[in-house]
Write a protein that binds this ligand. Structure first.
Ligand code: ARG
Length: 486
């Protein structure tokens, strides 16, 4: 009979679409007679996102299995078999011999399913004293313990590129801005060191987060630990954590580490975004301070002349994701009752996206900056219009003994005189004209207010004087080599 044949040739499926007898049945299949339908099952599954934790799931499972054997919770032979098979699975996943089956609910279910499929009852022993709640917490942390230092490496390389440029341009005078109005002359080196200082703080923020997440949640079970004699310390040690977490409920509910990393990423992306805003402005014809390489620019489909700073714009745009992901995580957590709730499954997608976004943006930003050329003559010329030397003229008078408020007023009046006369720089006024506003002006004023001299005079720690910028570069370089906590 046809019906009979169908039964034979087509393996029976349950409602979720997982084939009967498949090792990837939901781990909770025994409890529920009715299973979610295929669409509903896929809705609540997370394997599409958490599959990148596979290596960490295996590492955590190996440490757990070995400990179960040592503690006599499972037979030593079973523990050895589990350990061996798990390392084989890791190698097969790495080589592509084993492909992750996305019919499984999550990566934890997949790995346990493979183990059970291959080892039978020995495979079924691995989950003793463990829940996916503490498992996902440990796997996520293990993943971050590797991914975050890599990201710190990207930050360091990016800062190194900026510092090389800063060194090259420690004497390249340019206007510094406040309110996007010309303020005081600085150098491109000073500007690049400002960015580097911000990125070095990012580096240390990631370091801080890493220190706090360095605790192992395994052994916390679903929320209440286990009655089995687990050795939490041994597992923490085997996995390279500083110590086990303190409280089982906190261990499965806490996602502070995700918040801290999402926050660090959002701050770093906000830095990149601001830097890119400068680049976009400065690459414009109106400023013309920076010339982006053609290979780091794009054209227009209609305007033949265009050379657009798309990379800088897109980095600025992608900062929105990082900020959004932080808000997603904060919002996700703010109303969650203790301890684990399925909502927490949403944490990984948001944080992975933040880390991925920051990583690629750092790489793009660095490539773009390494090949960018400063138009030093444009920058220098721009330092001569807009009275950037006015503060230095006032300080000149202070050095001659005038109270600052009076010096400020005298310099302001000189600026007004210049504007009335159509002059662009205080140096264009004769000494007699200057002395009308303040008799303390002498011949040496002209030297003192040349842009390069203004910059050179500001050699205090943190200032833009070329020698001081070189000192900042040395300090920042040392910070790259040193410990992440500055
Ligand atoms: N996929 C889940 C997550 O990422 C794993 C933990 C599931 N635990 C549970 N009790 N449903 O959060």
């Amino acid at each position: 009979m046809a019906g009979h044949e169908t039964k034979k040739t087509r393996p029976k499926k349950n409602a979720s679409g997982v084939k009967a007898g498949s090792p990837f049945q939901p781990l909770w299949a025994g409890r529920l007679a009715e299973k979610p339908g295929a669409e509903a099952f896929a809705f609540q599954a997370s394997i599409g996102v958490d599959k990148r934790l596979a290596a960490c799931v295996i590492e955590g499972s190996r440490a757990h299995a070995v400990m179960l054997g040592k503690q006599g919770i499972i037979p030593k032979e079973a523990a050895a078999k589990l350990d061996k098979e798990l390392s084989k699975i890791a190698a097969e996943l790495e080589s592509g011999k084993l492909v992750i089956d996305e019919a499984a609910e999550d990566i934890h279910s997949f790995i346990e399913g493979v183990l059970t499929g291959r080892l039978g009852d020995d495979g079924r022993m691995v989950h003793a004293g463990r829940s996916r709640n503490d498992q996902v917490a440990v796997d996520f942390r293990l993943y971050l313990k590797r991914a975050v230092p890599e990201l710190q490496g990207e930050l360091k390389e990016t800062i190194a590129v900026l510092l090389d440029k800063a060194e090259e341009h420690s004497g390249s005078v340019m206007p510094g801005y406040t309110h996007l109005q010309r303020a005081q002359p600085v150098t491109a080196g000073h500007w690049l060191c400002a960015w580097s200082a911000a990125l070095v703080r990012d580096l240390s923020r990631f370091g801080d987060a890493l220190k706090r997440l360095d605790e192992c949640p395994l052994g916390s079970g679903a929320l209440a630990g286990s009655g089995l004699p687990l050795d939490r310390k041994a597992v923490a040690e085997a996995l390279g954590f500083a110590r086990p977490t303190l409280n089982a409920m906190d261990s499965v509910a806490d996602r502070d580490f995700a918040l801290e990393l999402a926050s660090s990423s959002a701050i770093a992306m906000t830095h990149l975004s601001r830097f890119c805003e400068d680049i976009v402005l400065w690459a414009s014809e109106e400023f013309g301070f920076i010339n982006l390489a053609e290979s780091w620019s794009t054209g227009s489909s209609i305007m033949p002349q265009k050379k657009n700073p798309d990379f800088a714009e897109l980095i600025r745009g992608k900062a929105a994701r990082a900020c959004g992901n932080l808000v997603t995580l904060l919002t996700l957590l703010k109303g969650l009752p203790y301890a684990y709730d399925k909502d927490l499954q949403e944490d990984k997608e948001a944080l992975f996206d933040s880390l991925d976004t920051l990583r690629i943006c750092l790489r793009m930003f660095r490539g773009m900056m390494a090949q960018a050329r400063f138009n030093t003559s444009r920058m220098e010329a721009a330092s001569l219009g807009g009275f950037l030397e006015a503060t230095d003229a006032a300080e000149y008078l202070v050095r001659k003994g005038l109270p600052f408020r009076k010096a400020h007023e005298a310099a302001a009046l000189v600026v007004r005189d210049c504007i009335e006369a159509g002059q662009k720089h205080i140096g264009e006024r004769s000494l007699g004209e200057l002395q009308k506003r303040c008799p303390l002006f002498k011949d040496d004023i002209y030297k003192a207010i040349a842009p390069a001299a203004c910059v050179k005079a500001r050699g205090l720690p943190g200032g833009p004087a070329p020698g001081e910028v070189k000192r900042q570069i040395r300090t920042l370089r040392k910070m790259l080599g040193g410990p992440p906590d500055l």
